[in-house]
Design a protein around this ligand. Structure first.
Ligand SMILES: C[S@@+](CC[C@H](N)C(=O)[O-])C[C@H]1O[C@@H](n2cnc3c(N)ncnc32)[C@H](O)[C@@H]1O
Length: 252
């Protein structure tokens, strides 16, 4: 597509690819992939969704580029700026939702500071979709009226404010933790100190919504041992609270 003089720069679409199942990509998202001239995508985006991209588009894997995390982010933003100056439709394709632990907000801010128009197309986030595919509702009448989405990444304090686990423990009836599997040995004692009982139920869901989905069920008292014995690993989310028990009840 030719960019005319009045337009000067193209537009960057921050597009959520959803959690894994290609059927969870929005119709708007699919249309954009078909029209895109450049697509810069992240590591967790499925092959099927990458297969929907306009065959003539330039495809760039942002997940595979070298350097440390902050350099990688800077490089990606600079690349987006450069591509938006050369093309009309530039898609930044991210796993799940771009604004949920996806650095979409940072990219939007940097692009806007350069005068580049940005449009955000939400995606279905893993923290809702993975429990849904495991038949766990994140809220449920009589079980949970509130849900917190929180990062369990060890370096949360570096990129985002530190997580106040003790406040979260009793502040929300369902807790959904992203990027927390490697840090559960720190998170669980904090949640217990914050007032959660040993018997509080927890589910871990790995590769949610894909054919490789794996689930591990336990309590705050035994999940660490289970993770160790099974070798359960990322990418996974943790769901904590009574809603996990609803799944067990429905299976009885
Ligand atoms: C950088 S965050 C990005 C989250 C994404 N923006 C979203 O809205 O789902 C990556 C983390 O999301 C979670 N995640 C993403 N896809 C997942 C999936 N299919 N199953 C389970 N967890 C997933 C994992 O905790 C993973 O480490």
């Amino acid at each position: 597509m030719i960019i005319n003089e009045s337009q000067k720069v193209g537009k960057v679409y921050l597009l959520g690819a959803g959690p894994g199942d290609p059927g969870l990509l929005t119709i708007k998202g699919k249309t954009l992939l078909e029209l895109a001239e450049v697509v810069i995508y992240d590591a967790l985006v499925s092959k099927e969704i990458l297969g929907m991209i306009n065959p003539y588009a330039e495809k760039i894997n942002a997940g595979k580029r070298r350097g440390n995390h902050s350099l990688l982010q800077l490089e990606t933003t600079q690349l987006l700026i450069q591509k938006a100056k050369e093309h009309a439709i530039v898609v930044r394709l991210k796993g799940g939702d771009p604004f949920v632990f996806g650095r979409g907000g940072e990219e939007m801010t940097d692009l806007m500071a350069e005068g580049i128009p940005v449009e955000v197309i939400p995606g279905i986030t893993a923290g809702i979709a993975a429990p849904a595919y495991a038949n766990i509702p994140v809220t449920h009448r009589g079980y949970s009226s509130s849900v917190t989405f929180v990062t369990g990444h060890e370096s949360a304090g570096k990129y985002r404010p530190d997580v106040n686990w003790k406040a979260i423990a009793l502040g929300s009836e369902t807790i959904v933790i992203y990027m927390g599997i490697h840090n559960l040995s720190h998170i669980i004692p904090e949640l217990k100190e914050g007032g959660l009982d040993e018997k509080t139920q927890i589910a871990l869901i790995r590769w949610g919504t894909t054919p490789a989905q794996e689930e591990l069920y336990g309590t705050l008292g035994d999940i660490l041992d289970q993770v160790e014995t099974t070798g359960f690993s990322a990418p996974a989310i943790a769901i904590i609270g009574k809603v996990v028990g609803l799944k067990m009840k429905n299976q009885e």
